[in-house]
Write a protein that binds this ligand. Structure first.
Ligand code: KG4
Ligand code: ZN
Length: 338
């Protein structure tokens, strides 16, 4: 295993992030979140790419400084090629290419979704990394899928959402409740003071290991509209219980299919990844299943769940060891399968 020093750069959505990885150990992991989107209730692509443009140099400079390395020590530059918002990806891609050229080090392209999953192999992500093959429920603002991970770069999507992503469901339902974007972490916080099952929402009936989240969003909307007509203060008076009930339903939907997949594929190495894997309800449900079903569970350290460059550097390191370098003519790719 090489003691390479990799600089990772992530700019696929609304977080500009840079990290330095030495071997498998993170020396720095810096992110600038873009608050500008809060007032719009979602990420505005044009504003996101502009903010990346402003943030990228200070963020990279801070990551290098905090890692206490010199630019000359960098072995390679890893960057998110996709999937994501094209205007956002272009900023990180162009910057990574220029930096690789000027430092005369290899450039390594990284798939953002693989990175969420392979974040589990960062030194301090878990007490132990998962063993192949494992199942990884990958849940973020843009994606919801169950991935069969046979090897580092041999992954198969065995189920995915047919409409909204789980994070999108948290965010859109939060918006109905009048919460800021992104509402996922706010719902998580408020749910702690609420009672689950206070309100019942129907779960979707979807084939195989696939998911659907648009139905629950609509049923919450109709329910809220009906209740608010009777009592304009309904949301305010019941916010914690609403959050607890919605979170519980979303977590149950996610876990039901994961359990089904684990059973049918006879795998008990089970991981979660992506922004929604920060959710405390989902984390608790994983713990319960570990006890009930004998799963070996892998829940990444909090800072490696939402978008971060540490996971990008990790994938770049794995590719560095294999000598898989990108050409400097490479371009960003908004769609990019794992
Ligand atoms: O992975 P991520 O940072 O970005 C994407 O690649 O999409 O995921 C962001 C998503 C957002 O939808 C956000 O609301 C959700 O992850 N999220 C959470 C929590 N923290 C972030 N959802 C529920 N509970 C949380 N604690
Ligand atoms: Zn992500």
């Amino acid at each position: 295993m090489s003691d390479s020093i990799i600089l990772g750069i992530e700019s696929s959505c609304d977080d500009t992030s840079a990290a330095v990885l030495k071997g498998n150990k993170i020396l720095s992991n810096i992110a600038a979140n873009q608050e500008i989107h809060n007032e719009y209730g979602g990420v505005v692509p044009e504003l996101a790419s502009r903010a990346h443009q402003q943030n990228i140099i200070p963020v990279v400079a801070k990551a290098v400084k905090e890692a206490n390395i010199h630019k000359k020590d960098i072995s390679a530059i890893g960057f998110t090629r996709g999937p994501g918002l094209l205007g956002s990806l272009l900023v990180g891609t162009s910057f990574a290419k220029s930096l690789a050229m000027s430092l005369e080090v290899p450039l390594i392209e990284v798939n953002h979704l693989q990175a969420h999953i392979l974040a589990h192999f960062i030194d301090d992500a878990n007490p132990e990394p998962p063993n192949f093959p494992f199942l990884c429920l990958t849940v973020s603002g843009g994606h919801t899928m169950i991935v069969l991970v046979k090897d580092y770069f041999d992954m198969e999507i065995i189920g995915k959402t047919i409409d909204d992503a789980a994070g999108e469901a948290f965010d859109k339902i939060g918006k109905i409740f009048g919460l800021d974007y992104p509402a996922g972490p706010i719902i998580d916080q408020l749910a702690k003071n609420g009672v689950e099952n206070s309100f019942k929402f129907n779960k979707p009936r979807i084939e195989n290991f696939n998911y659907s989240f648009s139905g629950i969003k609509t049923s919450v909307l109709y329910f809220i509209q009906k209740e608010v007509r009777k009592n304009p203060a309904f949301i305010k008076e019941n916010l914690n219980d609403l959050c607890a009930s919605v979170q519980q339903t979303l977590v149950e939907i996610l876990m039901d299919k994961l359990e089904k997949a684990a059973l049918e594929l006879n795998i008990n190495e089970i991981a979660i990844a992506g922004g929604v894997s920060a959710n405390s309800g989902l984390r608790e449900a994983m713990q319960k299943n570990a006890e009930r079903l004998g799963w070996n569970i892998y829940i990444p350290k909090f800072e490696y769940t939402t978008d971060n460059a540490a996971m990008i550097a990790m994938v770049a390191k794995l590719k560095y060891d294999r000598g898989e370098f990108a050409d400097l003519s490479i371009s960003a790719s908004a769609r990019y399968d794992i």
